[in-house]
Design a protein around this ligand. Sequence first.
Ligand SMILES: NC(=O)c1ccc[n+]([C@@H]2O[C@H](COP(=O)([O-])OP(=O)(O)OC[C@H]3O[C@@H](n4cnc5c(N)ncnc54)[C@H](O)[C@@H]3O)[C@@H](O)[C@H]2O)c1
Length: 306
Amino acid sequence: MTIAVTRADNTAPPLAGWPLPAARYSAANRATLTCPAAAAMLATPQLLSLITTRSATMRRFENKVVLVTGAGSGIGQGSALRIAAEGGSLFCVDLDQASAEGTAQQIRDAGGEATAHACDVSNEQQVIDCVAACVAHYGSLYAVINMAGILRFDDTREIELGKWQKVLDVNVTGTMLFCREALPHLIDSGGSIVNAASTAALAGLPCGTAYSASKGAVLAMTRSIAIDFAKQGVRANCVCPGDINSGMTEGIEWPATMDFDLMPRIVSISGAKGPEAISGVIAMLASEDAIHITGEDIRVDGGTLS
Ligand SMILES: NC(=O)c1ccc[n+]([C@@H]2O[C@H](COP(=O)([O-])OP(=O)(O)OC[C@H]3O[C@@H](n4cnc5c(N)ncnc54)[C@H](O)[C@@H]3O)[C@@H](O)[C@H]2O)c1
């Protein structure tokens, strides 16, 4: 299988040492090429096989219900597959009903338990209904994995308020709404939250004003929730991914003023990895293996910020 990806034309400087990420960048003038290596990383059968093989001996989510947002693609999908492979019952949530159903179907095909649910995480009523539907269906909720998110790059001098607001609505408000609605159930189950922050929350991301603001907010919000609910037995942690191949990292649009000399702040030293490179970390944080970890963030970026 090959997929079409876009890259910057020759006006962007070559990125020596990072041939795969270079194939993902796009600028005003774009050329298309096929990138079989990236396609292989995103190909679901291989991902499912990797994830099930790695988790073959672990059953940390037996009899536990886990809700994953952004479950239709990338890291959310990888997390749902991993947790299902460890025995969890998955409530797969995504804006895109078909992709959520695709992930749930893969889990059921592999002998697991999963339900798909369409929800815009930035819509308060839809989130209220979503968490209620999960608890009505499965009777409890043990963990919420907030992976739904959107990315955009802007020259700060040109940010449109509506686009800035959309990033905050999905990445920050969406995460907060799921935490808010889930917390009463997580207190009942002694469960946990894993939120998607980013390396953008830890260091400057070129042209990342809106995205960085949103991920910094997720990181700070998670720490606050962690201390507020620690005595009630609920943990809240973040992952800070970097350079994970996913739907989000395909066909990125850069502003014309993007300084490509800053790309080493984004791409990993060892090359991009697929969602299986982070799904085990997310499963660990959600599980009782992390019973004494809360308010923490784990950077999974192949050494980008090391
Ligand atoms: N891939 C990376 O390198 C990377 C780096 C840092 C942070 N992250 C974060 O990890 C998380 C997962 O990203 P990914 O890389 O898997 O991206 P992805 O685009 O593959 O997956 C994101 C999913 O979120 C869903 N989504 C978007 N808006 C939504 C909405 N309003 N309501 C419900 N669902 C919505 C999309 O449909 C998609 O399925 C995101 O929060 C992202 O910001 C990813």
